[in-house]
Design a protein around this ligand. Structure first.
Ligand SMILES: Nc1ncnc2c1ncn2[C@@H]1O[C@H](COP(=O)(O)OP(=O)(O)OP(=O)(O)O)[C@@H](O)[C@H]1O
Length: 292
C-alpha cells in the first residue's frame, strides 16, 4: 500500500533543532518513496484543529514531531483509525518513554516506516482524551507556575527549578473523590491519573501503568513533611515511592474529583485548570507504531 504521511511539527516544543529534524525526515520519506505533507503548528490548540480540518482519508499515517502536548492535541483532532508515529521533540517526552520506539532520530524514522502497529488505551478527562496522564495538585501547580512566572532556565532544568521552588512549601489540599464505587475525602499533595508511567521527564509516578490493560493507574501522595519530600524525591525517579506509607498506587476504570479551585491540573503536560474532573478509559482506542 502506498503510504502518505500527515506530519505535524511543533516549532515551539523542546530544544532540538526542528529544521534539522524535518530535513532528515523529509529526506527519509523521499528515499523510502513515502508521500508526505508537513504542517507546522502555530499556537495553542492549533495541532488539534490542523488534524481535525486537514487530515482526510487519503492519509495512511499521522506523524507527530513534538512533545506530549503536541501529541495530545493531534490525537484529540484525529477522526480516522490510522496509526500514529511519534518523533519525540519535547522537553519531557514522557509518553514516548512508555512506547518502544528507539532512542535516536534514525530509530524513530525506522519505527515510523516499518514498525508494527500496537493498539493502546486512551484516558479521557472531561471529554478530552489523554495519552500519558493528568496530574492534579502539585504537578498541576508546576505547570501553572511555568506559564505564569519567568525563569532564566530552559528545558528540563526549567522544570526542576519549578519543582524545587515549591517542593517543601506546597501545602496538602483536600480532595473529595469517588473511585471504584467508594467516596473519599483526603488531604493530598497530588493525585495523578495515568495511562503512561512517567511524568516531568523522569518521575515514574505510576511505574506499573500498562497502556493496553483497559485501566487507568492512580498515584495518590499524602501529606509528607517538607524534609521528607526532599529525602524521598529519588524514589519517584526509581518508581519505588509505593514503599512510603503516604503513597497509594491503584487502578480503576473511572474516577471523579469534586470541584476545588485550589487544585491546579495538567493534561499531558498542558495546563488544564481545576476540578471537577470526570475520568474514564477508552480501551484500545489508538494505533501507534512501535519497533517490530
Ligand atoms: N508555533 C507555536 N508557538 C507557540 N506555542 C505553540 C506553537 N505550536 C504549538 N504550541 C504550543 O506548544 C505546546 C505543546 O508543546 P509540547 O508539549 O509538544 O512541548 P514541550 O512542552 O516542550 O514537551 P513535553 O510536554 O514533552 O515536555 C502546546 O501548548 C501548543 O499549543
Amino acid at each position: 500500500m502506498n503510504r502518505r504521511l500527515f506530519i505535524v511539527a511543533n516549532p515551539a516544543s523542546g530544544s532540538r533543532n526542528l529544521e534539522k529534524i524535518l530535513r532528515e525526515l523529509v529526506d527519509y520519506c523521499t528515499t523510502k518513496q513515502m508521500k508526505y505533507d508537513v504542517f507546522l503548528t502555530a499556537q495553542s490548540q492549533n495541532g488539534w484543529k490542523t488534524v481535525e480540518d486537514y487530515l482526510d482519508k487519503t492519509y495512511t499515517d499521522l506523524v507527530v514531531v513534538g512533545g506530549d502536548g503536541t501529541i495530545n492535541e493531534c490525537i484529540n483532532g484525529l477522526k480516522y483509525d490510522i496509526p500514529v508515529s511519534i518523533i519525540p521533540n519535547g522537553t519531557g517526552n514522557d509518553f514516548s518513554k512508555t512506547l518502544n520506539i528507539g532512542s535516536s532520530l534514525k530509530d524513530y524514522m525506522q519505527t515510523m516506516e516499518t514498525g508494527q502497529i500496537k493498539t493502546i488505551d486512551l484516558g479521557v478527562c472531561n471529554e478530552r482524551k489523554f495519552v500519558n496522564g493528568v496530574g492534579v495538585g502539585f504537578d498541576g501547580q508546576i505547570v501553572a507556575d511555568m506559564l505564569n512566572r519567568k525563569s532564566i532556565f530552559k528545558g528540563a532544568s526549567k522544570y526542576y527549578y519549578y519543582v524545587l521552588r515549591i517542593l517543601a512549601s506546597y501545602s496538602a489540599r483536600k480532595y473529595t473523590f469517588e473511585v471504584n464505587n467508594k467516596s473519599k475525602s483526603k488531604n493530598l499533595i497530588l493525585l495523578c491519573v495515568a495511562n503512561g508511567t512517567t511524568f516531568g521527564g523522569s518521575f515514574k509516578l505510576t511505574p506499573h501503568a500498562d497502556t493496553t490493560d483497559g485501566l487507568l493507574d492512580v498515584c495518590e501522595v499524602g501529606n509528607i513533611s517538607g524534609l521528607g519530600r526532599f529525602m524521598n524525591i529519588h524514589r519517584l525517579q526509581s518508581g519505588s515511592h509505593h514503599k512510603l506509607k503516604k503513597v497509594k498506587l491503584y487502578q480503576t476504570q473511572s474516577l471523579r474529583i469534586a470541584e476545588n479551585p485550589r487544585l491546579e491540573a495538567h493534561i499531558d503536560g498542558e495546563y488544564f485548570e481545576h476540578p471537577p474532573f470526570e475520568f474514564s478509559v477508552l480501551p484500545k482506542a489508538l494505533k501507534v507504531r512501535v519497533r517490530s
